[in-house]
Design a binder for this molecule. Structure first.
Ligand code: ARG
Length: 464
């Protein structure tokens, strides 16, 4: 028997059942659903809709049901359409009439909206923590190779030498924006929909503020119809994960390049590489490729939800059930990606000599010579032209730029700039890549990480 069979004379067609049931994927919500139901029971007690004995019995049954799930011994009955039905059915089995009071003044519509918010709230915190762990790894790697340099690229053409720490910290800053966004999404979802009922509230004397406070929500819904139909928090979370995925994918692509024989800037540890079933010599950076690939799913999940939401009339529509699999998939996959990528970075062995040799490419000093001329009062466009001509001559005649500069009466005094590290040493403007500019940047980064860590553990999210 379903929860709503009272009105019907025949049972559901099996094809509709298969289409409609969601227990097969929403059972993972059991903890958050029970958390919401506990708060609801206490709200019913506060409103005198159940006695304190009944409340105690219901809370006891919920504890037992949660433990059955935890131990993997909860048995789904054939008529359990979704996680809510399964829990109510089991409570009623355990307590009889008292169990049948659990859904008083509640609909699955406000119930699922609450459960999804609780689940998403935890997921956002967890993903933020994993991103911060990856940021720590990047920052530590940079600090451990303080003087290491490599070419910085634009258009994937060597542009200027940069410090390895500056390069790694560039990824860290993008990831910190991701954490900022994830925590913003968590702040915005901090509204309890419980008490909105099916769509219009209830004539029973409940106070939505009671369960909201117990669940650690900062506010209660202002409009019951909005409360049951709003899935902005799921869409926002999927967007935040998709953009995070875009950043992670770029990092994955970079690892693929760095570990190729063509770049040869680094090697991944054996524990983070795979071999080939045919080619004995192969050591593949699959971890980085999979990180890159998962982003397709993240973008797909976001797109799928946005298309589901568009055009839905107010208020609850069954379409909203389709918010779950995209969310669960994105959260599960981004967790895997973050953990594997953090491990992969920790296993990296940098070929500092190769990277430094590439950074010492004489052409990368061209801008520094031009800037020295500017210091002496030469207009930049003329300085650019002057050095550019020499670089062009070196390229077309197959000559060394260093030799050409040395032989040039006007520029010979700048030949020391070709010494490795010299260009970096001159670059000291705030935010630039150079040993003089980096301590202040490091301080700013460490401060930003600490600020986000504080927000991550902000009080007000008690779990019951
Ligand atoms: N499984 C449903 C969902 O995820 C729960 C709400 C069902 N509500 C309903 N009116 N059929 O959205």
């Amino acid at each position: 028997m379903t929860l709503w069979s009272g009105r019907f004379t025949s049972s559901m067609d099996s094809t509709l059942w298969d289409l409609s049931e969601s227990y097969s994927f929403d059972h993972v919500l059991y903890h958050h659903d029970i958390m919401g139901t506990r708060a609801h029971v206490r709200g019913l007690e506060a409103a005198d809709l159940i006695t304190s004995d009944e409340s105690l019995a219901l809370l006891g049954a919920l504890e037992e049901i949660e433990s059955e799930f935890d131990r993997g011994v909860f048995v789904r009955s054939g008529s359990d359409e979704d996680i809510h039905t399964a829990i109510e059915r089991r409570a009623t089995e355990m307590l009889g009439e008292v169990g049948a009071k659990i859904h008083t003044a509640r609909s699955r519509n406000d119930q699922i909206a609450t459960t999804m918010r609780l689940f998403t709230r935890d997921a956002l915190g967890e993903v933020s923590g994993l991103v911060l762990a990856l940021v720590d790894e990047l920052v530590n790697l940079g600090a451990a190779h303080k003087d290491a340099s490599l070419p910085g690229y634009t258009h994937l053409q060597r542009a200027q030498p940069v410090l390895l720490s500056h390069h790694l910290n560039a990824h860290a800053w993008a990831l910190l924006r991701d954490v900022d966004r994830l925590l913003d999404a968590r702040r915005r979802l901090d509204v309890s929909p419980l008490g909105a009922g099916a769509l219009a509230g209830t004539s029973l004397p409940i106070d939505p503020a009671v369960p909201a406070a117990l669940l650690g929500f900062g506010d209660t819904f202002a409009n019951s119809m909005d409360a049951v139909s709003d899935r902005d928090f799921v869409a926002e979370t999927l967007f935040d994960v998709a953009l995070l995925g875009v950043h992670l994918s770029r990092m994955g692509e970079e690892l693929v390049l760095w570990t190729s024989a063509e770049f040869d800037f680094a090697t991944l540890g054996d524990a983070f590489t795979t071999g080939s079933s045919m080619l004995p010599q192969k050591k593949n950076s699959d971890v980085a490729e999979l990180v890159r690939a998962k982003t397709g799913r993240f973008v797909g999940n976001l797109t799928s939800l946005l298309v589901t939401l568009k055009g839905l009339p107010l208020s609850y529509n069954r379409d909203l059930q389709e918010d779950k699999e995209p969310l669960f998939d994105s959260i599960r996959q981004v967790r895997l990606v973050l953990e594997a990528l953090t491990g992969a970075y920790a296993s990296l062995e940098f070929h500092l000599d190769v990277a430094a040799a590439a950074a010492a490419d004489a052409n990368l000093v061209a801008i520094d010579i031009a800037e020295r001329l500017v210091e002496e009062g030469v207009p930049f466009r003329q300085a650019h032209e002057r050095v550019g001509r020499l670089v062009g001559e070196a390229a077309t005649k197959g000559l060394s730029l260093v030799d050409l500069v040395r032989a040039d009466d006007d520029l010979a005094r700048f030949v020391h700039l070709f010494e490795p590290g010299s260009a970096l040493a001159h670059r000291s403007s705030p935010g630039a890549s150079g040993p003089l500019a980096s301590p202040a940047q490091r301080e700013r980064l460490v401060k930003a990480v600490a600020g986000l860590r504080e927000r991550l553990v902000e009080p007000g999210h008690p779990s019951q």
